[in-house]
Design a protein around this ligand. Structure first.
Ligand code: SF4
Length: 460
């Protein structure tokens, strides 16, 4: 999973780099493995990208070396095929029709067969990344089509998968959302400067206005001539047919973003209120598992009329914890990341509200720390249903055999994590918490309904 960002200044001002930086920085929560920015310097494409966090990669010097009126950027999370330096984006190529850049948040389910097909036609690949595969398809299709948008459309018809991507050509910025609308993509604007972003929070960071979500299957093109769209199909209502990932609302997106008509914070707060109605708890204090559990915890506490307070702190300066091979080391890693406020929990019955329970290993340690710090009872409430299926769209990387809810009952999981009680929101109530949402949602990790199909390795 990753965040994509793009910018096009229709006045031609060559100072896009700082907007690009703040845009990509705002999407850091979507991926911390690597980041990059590429700009169009009057037809010459320049790029700076490397492993690490956005703030470590860019500074005044690197940004001043990226002049341009148009740019694309990327913050990447890890994936098995694109691990390491090979997967750092944006990717730039020189095609028969000039320079092309691409940044994408994607999982191509038929990548193996597409790659074999292209290799049999003489294509050469340097990595296993989706971006290289998509650019190879695009370059070939561009030979037989009138413009870049139709070359992208032809490539979309060959690809089976989920994606939000942004192409940079020598005179255009082109955003694409897959026909299922599974990954988010939005359009923003300030004056004559247009932006495309995985999430609307990036527009706030640069003082731009959110215009609208890109529709499922839409190819939106921004150039000197204006903004225009081409569509994957002629369906009467593409938006209502879309299936955005419901985990964006549960965990992935920033609380200050709005996706497909629904504000993330509000949806999490609503889910907390509904959870309190379905799974009430007799407790002295409700605390949120930081940070994505906080909004639901607030809604839960408000609905029950129980105090909401701090009890668990997250150390923001802990990055990846590598030494985790033994049980003791894993516990140490969680202790470094979370600490309990003893005075807040001692002698009390605590209800922790979290966004979800995937493997449950961190939660188990947190419950243990609560007890060590004197909590009388520790209850757990989850603002999403049991995660029973592995996501093959790149959002949740866990394997099905690592998901306790795939085989265990709620009571068995409660016992496993050591809570006094455990309760989940129903899928029906979670959906109802997404007020004003424009489209349907993928909820395959809860119900196994993989709307966009499965990968070739996973089979049907
Ligand atoms: Fe999102 Fe779950 Fe669907 Fe994956 S399976 S895209 S995590 S809702």
């Amino acid at each position: 999973m990753s965040g994509v960002f793009g910018s096009f200044d229709r006045t031609g001002k060559m100072d896009i780099a700082k907007d690009m930086y703040y845009g990509v920085f705002s999407l850091q929560h979507r991926g911390q493995e690597s980041a990059g920015i590429a700009v169009n310097d009057n037809g010459s494409f320049l790029v700076h990208k490397q492993m690490g966090m956005v703030s470590d990669i860019f500074d005044e010097v690197t940004l001043s070396a990226l002049p341009g009126f148009c740019g694309i950027g990327h913050a990447r999370g890890g994936s098995d095929k694109a691990m390491g330096a090979d997967g750092i984006q944006p990717v730039l190529i020189k095609s028969r029709v000039g320079n092309i850049g691409l940044t994408c948040d994607s999982v191509i389910l038929n990548s193996d067969s597409l790659r074999d097909e292209l290799k049999n036609m003489g294509a050469i690949f340097q990595s296993g990344t989706d971006s290289e595969l998509i650019l190879s398809l695009f370059s070939r299709n561009r030979i037989t089509t009138d413009d870049c948008e139709h070359a992208i459309l032809a490539s979309m018809k060959q690809i089976k998968g989920v994606y939000s991507m942004i192409f940079m050509t020598e005179n255009k910025l082109i955003g694409v959302r897959d026909p299922h609308g599974l990954r988010p993509l939005a359009l923003g604007r300030t004056g004559e400067r247009y932006f495309l972003s995985s999430e609307s929070c990036a527009f706030d960071a640069i003082g731009a206005e959110f215009i609208r979500d890109i529709e499922p299957g839409e190819i939106i093109s921004i150039s000197d001539e204006g903004v225009s769209s081409l569509f994957f199909d002629d369906k009467a209502d593409r938006v209502a047919d879309g299936h955005v990932c419901i985990f964006e609302y549960v965990y992935v997106a920033r609380p200050d973003s709005t996706i497909d008509g629904t504000e993330i914070f509000e949806s999490r707060y609503n889910a907390g209120k509904a959870l309190a109605k379905e799974q009430p708890c007799s407790c002295d204090l409700v605390i949120g598992a930081p940070d994505s559990g906080n909004a639901a915890a607030l809604g839960y506490a408000d609905s029950l009329g129980v105090p909401f307070g701090m009890g668990l702190l997250k150390n923001r300066y802990v990055g990846r914890t590598f030494i985790k091979s033994t049980q003791g080391q894993r516990e140490l890693a969680v202790r470094m990341k979370f600490s309990v406020l003893k005075s807040a929990v001692k002698g009390k019955s605590i209800c922790i509200v979290d966004d979800s329970l995937v493997r449950g290993t961190t939660t188990k340690h947190i419950i243990k720390f609560m007890r060590e710090n004197g909590a009388r009872e520790v209850h757990l409430r989850l603002a999403s249903p049991p995660v029973k299926f592995a996501c093959c769209y790149g959002v949740n990387a866990d394997r099905v055999q690592d998901l306790p809810a795939h085989t265990k009952t709620t009571e068995e999981i409660r016992d496993l994590i050591g809570a006094d009680s455990l309760g989940y929101i129903s899928l029906e109530s979670l959906r109802a918490s997404l007020k004003d949402i424009h489209c349907k949602q993928c909820s395959a990790c809860f119900d196994g309904d993989f709307v966009a199909g499965k990968s070739e390795e996973a089979g049907e």
